[in-house]
Design a protein around this ligand. Structure first.
Ligand code: IPE
Ligand code: IPE
Ligand code: MG
Length: 246
């Protein structure tokens, strides 16, 4: 297969979101512990982040740990948290070099203290960067995010700072973790699974979905290009007819 794709710079997705899946199976295939799969996935993260920055993608969101992932064996959760901490520290120079601004969505209070400190340290150090916004979804679940938003909105109604009649899509959007981000244009999931797994349920309402059998540790720049190429060939109709778009 031809591995070169000529991408149309005028039709780049503004916001790419990736469900990085398949680390465990990748390790198992090689007779290694699952943690090695997660460790190897870091290389794919680095390559994807740099490739997106190079393509001048505005927003890249990576699903790194879901609210449901807390139910995994403690050994694996601990391994994931320490890989997260170490990579944040290690990748800081790459982020600075590429003018990347780090951001996070999810319930950061759930993270171990050291991981949370490291995360907010890197966020602080990159906050003046003006290039791509890289968002790590950590302890993130879309349903939890929506529950939190509903609570905040009810609180405003209770204290008479908001009328029920004024609740609209914008109000809800403003109470999500993603309030300062545009909707996802392209959602990529690796490893062959074709499900959303509680990721950006609201924000991906009109996203183009792209599934690939490649396991996350094997995902490379050319695979990203292939996903974007597929995205660019699609017609996003947003409910209209094809003729209306002409
Ligand atoms: C994705 O890989 C990483 C996380 C969910 C943290 P998995 O660990 O889910 O890998 P598989 O799906 O078991 O292969
Ligand atoms: C989704 O992957 C979460 C992340 C990639 C962080 P999972 O592997 O946890 O998803 P399910 O549970 O198999 O759908
Ligand atoms: Mg998985």
């Amino acid at each position: 297969m031809d591995n070169t794709f000529t991408l149309d710079t005028a039709k780049m997705p503004r916001h790419i979101a990736i469900i990085m899946d398949g680390n465990g199976r990748w390790a198992k295939q090689k007779g290694l512990l699952r943690a090695f799969g997660h460790e190897s996935g870091v290389k794919s993260v680095r390559e994807t982040v740099e490739a997106c920055a190079k393509l001048k993608i505005g927003f890249l969101t990576l699903y790194a740990f879901s609210t449901e992932n807390w139910n995994r064996p403690k050994l694996e959760v601990d391994a994931l948290m320490s890989i997260l901490m170490n990579s944040l520290k290690k990748e800081l120079p790459t982020m600075q070099k590429n003018n990347i601004k780090l951001n996070t969505i999810g319930n950061a209070n759930m993270l171990p203290d050291r991981a949370r400190k490291q995360l907010f340290e890197v966020i602080a150090q990159t906050k003046e960067n003006t290039g791509m916004v890289l968002t790590l979804a950590l302890s993130y679940g879309s349903r939890e995010e929506l529950v939190a938003a509903v609570k905040q909105i009810c609180e405003q109604v209770n204290t008479n700072t908001l009328n029920i009649a004024d609740i609209n899509e914008e109000v809800i959007n403003n109470h999500l973790y993603t309030h300062n981000m545009p909707d996802a244009d392209l959602v990529i999931r690796t490893s062959g699974e074709q499900r959303i797994s509680n990721f950006l349920l609201w924000q991906a309402a009109y996203a183009e979905l792209y599934f690939t059998d490649i396991l996350w540790p094997d995902f490379r720049e050319k695979d990203l290009h292939q996903a974007i190429f597929s995205y660019q060939k699609r017609e996003r109709r947003f409910g209209k007819t094809s003729e209306q778009l002409k």
